[in-house]
Design a protein around this ligand. Structure first.
Ligand SMILES: *Cc1c(COP(=O)(O)O)cnc(C)c1O
Length: 385
């Protein structure tokens, strides 16, 4: 046997040579991870069918039910980022030929629309201007105009613009018109109220790396009984094997026998567990208040620096702040200076705000007074140069 190996000149540098000093992450996600969550990830790996891991899975489901404010039995983290949670909702709840109303006010709503099209649905595209909220009146009209629509899909907290829409009213309208709802709560969960049962949300997905203070890679989801009934009534198979809820369910539900489906990312689950423990210890109300208060501090400081926020205060998202770039300031140069001089990451604008606004995140463990102070100091420095 020829044992010669070709090196291809790949001599990898040590990881610590690549990584910078810890960053302050104030972009659209990931946010800073709580040190206890990082510590939890370093615990020894157990088998994904180990009895202790099965207990951990049950605890995680309980922690997520608290975070989502739901009694839904089918509540668990998908072993993939938020985008996979989005895709799971569409793959399972709609069938080719179904009409789906998508209320779209930014990048992530556009991705929902793309999902509907790719799974063979008939999208009804109701779009709103960048930086504005979804108007329930227009959605009510769309529901009246399309009585055959089966699903209303929308983003609760649009991270591309920093706008919060009224999920409660939108879900009430959908119910009145016998439509299921698919709600993107990736950036809202843990940062502002998300009440799955009270609002009657049928399918909701989130992400670990925004307001849960956890690394990226997991997508908490929850499905109502109505959503499960729709799944059971399908006449065609779910068009994705990995995201097929009927299969994943048997792994996440003890009653399903924990049938092997895929190898759960065990250490990532340790991290999510620890972050849910932290959320429970803090309490949802206090977490929501912390995000709001730090947002108010940031806005006051930004206004003192002469900066303005283009989004109407009534629909501003505390955990993602859109800030107008002052005339004559170079977007890229300012962000590069923040990163190199202060180790601070903020986000670039998207869509009509590309090059015109920054996105400053205050999510999860990042939403603390010391980070607001660093951000204001760094911006004041970078803008005065
Ligand atoms: C970040 C985000 C997503 C996508 O999550 P990933 O973990 O990056 O796949 C979806 N929707 C919204 C609103 C987001 O902010």
């Amino acid at each position: 046997m020829d044992m010669t190996v070709v090196s291809h000149g790949n001599i990898l540098p040590p990881l610590t040579d690549i990584l910078p000093d810890p960053r302050t992450l104030m972009g659209p996600g990931p946010s800073n991870v709580h040190p206890r969550v990082l510590g939890a990830m370093a615990q020894p790996t157990v088998g994904h069918l180990d009895p202790t891991f099965q207990q951990l899975m049950e605890e995680i489901k309980q922690g997520l039910r608290y975070a989502f404010q739901t009694k839904n039995a089918l509540t668990f983290p998908v072993s993939a980022p938020g985008s996979a949670g989005m895709e799971m909702c569409f793959a399972n709840l709609m069938e080719a030929g179904d009409k789906v109303i998508v209320a779209r006010n930014g990048v992530f709503g556009a991705r929902m629309l793309e999902n509907v099209t790719r799974f063979g649905g008939i999208p009804v595209d109701i779009s709103f201007g960048w930086g504005t909220a979804i108007d329930p009146n227009r959605i009510e009209q769309a529901l009246k105009d399309h009585p055959d629509a089966k699903i209303l899909a929308f983003v609760h907290a649009e991270t591309s613009t920093g706008v919060l829409s009224d999920a409660e009213s939108l879900c009430a309208l959908a119910q009145a018109h016998d439509c299921l709802t698919i709600v993107d709560a990736v950036t809202s969960l843990g940062g502002v109220p998300v009440k799955v049962d009270d609002w009657g949300i049928d399918a909701v997905y989130s992400g670990s790396q925004k307001c849960l203070s956890c690394p990226p890679g997991l997508s908490p989801v929850s499905f109502s009984d109505r959503a499960i009934a729709r799944l059971r009534a399908r006449t065609t198979p779910v068009p994705s094997w990995f995201l097929d809820l009927t299969l994943v369910m048997d792994y996440w539900d003890g009653a399903g026998g924990r049938t092997y489906h895929h190898t759960a990312p065990v250490n990532a689950m340790y991290a999510l567990y620890e972050s849910l423990l932290l959320l429970q210890a803090e309490g949802l109300e206090r977490a929501w208040t912390r995000h709001r208060v730090q947002h108010e501090n940031l806005v006051a400081g930004l206004e003192e620096l002469g900066l303005s926020l283009p989004v109407d205060p009534a629909v501003r998202l505390p955990q993602l702040n859109l800030v107008t770039i002052p005339d004559g300031k170079d977007d890229g140069a300012v962000r590069a200076a923040l990163l190199s001089e202060y180790g601070l990451e903020i986000g670039a604008g998207l869509g009509t705000f590309a090059g015109k606004a920054w996105r400053i995140g205050l999510m999860g463990h990042t939403a603390r007074p010391e980070n607001v102070a660093i951000c204001l100091k760094a911006l004041s420095y970078a803008l005065s140069r």
